[in-house]
Design a protein around this ligand. Structure first.
Ligand SMILES: Nc1ncnc2c1ncn2[C@@H]1O[C@H](COP(=O)(O)OP(=O)(O)O)[C@@H](O)[C@H]1O
Ligand SMILES: [Mg+2]
Length: 259
């Protein structure tokens, strides 16, 4: 792990409910290094989205602390760019205006905004679609716009909550490869939640496995595949004996937590 950029320290989260408080997270601690691609996997309802919302600054934990570059996270900020399962694009704005929205809010001049939009839309291969509105694009293309929009803010960390979960299998594989290329080109740190153990093994440098609710970190597993040369065909990687062994190792942790 490189220099740590994000530190999660003994974070606990309780939600109020009619039957008393529900503990969603129980003393979660982890550190993320600069440039890491961290994948968080765990059974449904274990608190993954809760943890992401805390890192984003949308909610404060009941106890514990999260720090970015040593500073406590106390509210939302463009330093943490969030990509959701369903892209939260402005339907009335063009693709380009969606990407320019963050830089505009930050008060950047229009020439700089246009430059940022062009750079990031070219990165996700959608510059030719800049005058379209989101509903004229496929789900996969919308998700690429959402990624470009977040990157245009030059965040310290990219937070992604099952971003490819609603896409068909082929589009999902293409976007996985595309995201790896972007990660390598930008050197960004990524925190990525997924249900798919295969996706986690393919993308991650570190996989964190969470237990069933109340969520705790059960294991931290290093994965070598995303740092390998990008020239390999992804199906060949995913069917290699080394990959299958890692996938089974992660699955065993999840089965144990669910049983
Ligand atoms: N705003 C909320 N109010 C009350 N309970 C919540 C709220 N958000 C999540 N929960 C509960 O906390 C637990 C963890 O939810 P969540 O973080 O969404 O899990 P995951 O993303 O792993 O599926 C679940 O039991 C869920 O019902
Ligand atoms: Mg979730």
């Amino acid at each position: 792990m490189g220099r740590s950029i994000l530190e999660i320290d003994e974070v606990m989260m309780e939600y109020p409910s009619s039957d008393g408080p529900v503990t969603a997270l129980e003393r979660v601690s982890l550190a993320i290094g600069e440039g890491d691609f961290v994948c968080l996997v765990g059974p449904s309802g274990c608190g993954k989205t809760t943890l992401l919302r805390i890192i984003a600054g949308f909610v404060l934990p009941t106890a514990g602390q999260v720090r970015l570059d040593g500073e406590p996270i106390l509210g939302p900020d463009y330093q943490r760019g969030v990509v959701f399962q369903h892209p939260a694009l402005y339907p009335w704005l063009t693709v380009q205006a969606n990407v320019e929205f963050g830089p505009k809010m930050r008060g950047l001049p229009s020439a700089r905004r246009r430059e940022l939009a062009e750079h990031h839309l070219r990165m996700v291969r959608l510059w030719d679609f800049r005058t379209k509105t989101p509903y004229e694009l496929s789900g996969g293309m919308q998700q690429r716009v959402a990624i470009a929009r977040v990157l245009a803010n030059d965040p310290r960390i990219l937070l992604m909550d099952e971003p490819f979960g609603a896409l068909d299998a082929l589009t999902r594989e293409h976007l996985q490869e595309e995201l790896l290329k972007i990660w390598k080109a930008t050197g960004k740190t990524v925190f990525f939640i997924t249900h798919s153990v295969e996706e986690a093994c393919y993308l991650a440098t570190t996989i964190f496995v969470m237990s069933a609710r109340p969520g705790r970190i059960l294991a931290s597993i290093e994965a070598p595949f995303s740092r390998q040369a990008a020239t390999q065909d992804s199906r060949a990687v995913k069917s290699s004996p080394e990959f299958v062994a890692l996938r089974e190792q992660v699955l065993r942790y999840i089965w144990e937590t669910e049983s």
